[in-house]
Design a binder for this molecule. Structure first.
Ligand code: MN
Length: 291
């Protein structure tokens, strides 16, 4: 059975002890296996506190990272790109220190609307940067997942296939593809084929609905999605991810252009979502047996 995770942003944008404790407590209460933490700024992140709470609640932890406009590994400006590489390097150490084995998210890019495609040189340099980072990750016992983001949030990796071919260019087992159904809904053609195409490199999945809210109330064909994961025998982790300005405030929600409230009660959506994921995993297995 896949390990099921709860994303911190369902509950809080603030990873101090109070915020972290709330997320771990609710994840444990509703039966999640792990908590996923977004490292906003690797220079201000308490890995020790995270490790301590993970132990206290008996839950695993996974990490995510976004680049920023000033620390952007795929930026054509070499100063910004180098800062972006150091940013990921620090996050690898934090991931190890908090006891996590996985660093997902768009660490390769700022999350913003770009006006131009990345240059070939920026692409080549990003491959070299991840080759150096993969060595650090291997030494730290951490694997790096590249999350394909939709076109409005990155210009660098928009599809699972792009993520897989980038990982292949880097050429390290420490690299894998991180899929998110919300972004796939904008960028992929056939969801089943997209998943099958990364059967050898998929390492993490975000379970996120088309409007970022309650699973099963948007336009995602979840039956098809979970059937594809079952076909490729995906046994890796899955994290429930949803966002709401009620929880995050509009400062943060503006970052991902979320102007509506897909949910108001984190407990309600977190408890329903783990049931939804379990049911779909079981139904996909059952359907395959009876096919
Ligand atoms: Mn995601």
């Amino acid at each position: 059975m896949n390990k099921l995770g709860l994303h911190m942003l369902v509950y809080t944008p603030t990873w101090d002890e109070k915020g972290a404790r709330l997320v771990f407590e609710r994840a444990a209460r509703f039966g999640y296996d792990f908590v996923e933490v977004l490292i906003f700024d690797p220079d201000r992140f308490d890995a020790r506190m995270t490790a301590r709470l993970s132990q206290e609640y008996g839950l695993g932890v996974a990490a995510g990272l976004c680049g920023s406009p000033t620390s952007d590994l795929s930026n054509p400006d070499p100063v910004i790109a180098k800062r972006g590489e150091l940013w990921v390097e620090k996050a690898i150490a934090l991931t190890r220190d908090m006891g996590a084995g996985l660093l997902g998210g768009p660490s390769y890019s700022a999350v913003q609307r770009y006006a131009l495609p990345p240059s070939e040189l920026a692409r080549d340099n990003a491959v070299l940067a991840y080759q150096r980072l993969a060595k650090k990750a291997e030494a730290a016992g951490v694997r790096i997942g590249l999350e394909a983001l939709n076109r409005y949030e990155s210009n660098f990796i928009n599809t699972l296939e792009q993520a897989a071919s980038f990982c292949q260019r880097v050429g390290s087992d420490a690299m894998f593809v991180h899929a998110d159904m919300f972004h796939m809904g904008i960028e992929e053609g056939d969801i089943g084929k997209a998943i099958e195409g990364v059967r050898h490199s998929l390492g993490h999945v975000h379970i996120a609905e088309s409007h970022r809210g309650y699973l099963g109330t948007g336009n995602v064909d979840w039956k098809k999605f979970f059937a594809a994961l079952h076909r490729i025998a995906y046994t890796g982790p899955m994290t429930f991810e949803a966002f709401s300005p009620t929880v995050l405030g509009f400062d943060f929600a503006g970052f991902i252009a979320l102007w509506r409230d897909p949910f108001r009660d984190p407990d309600d959506i977190a408890s329903k979502s783990i049931d939804f994921m379990r049911r779909h995993i079981q139904e996909a297995a059952h359907a395959a047996v009876n096919a």
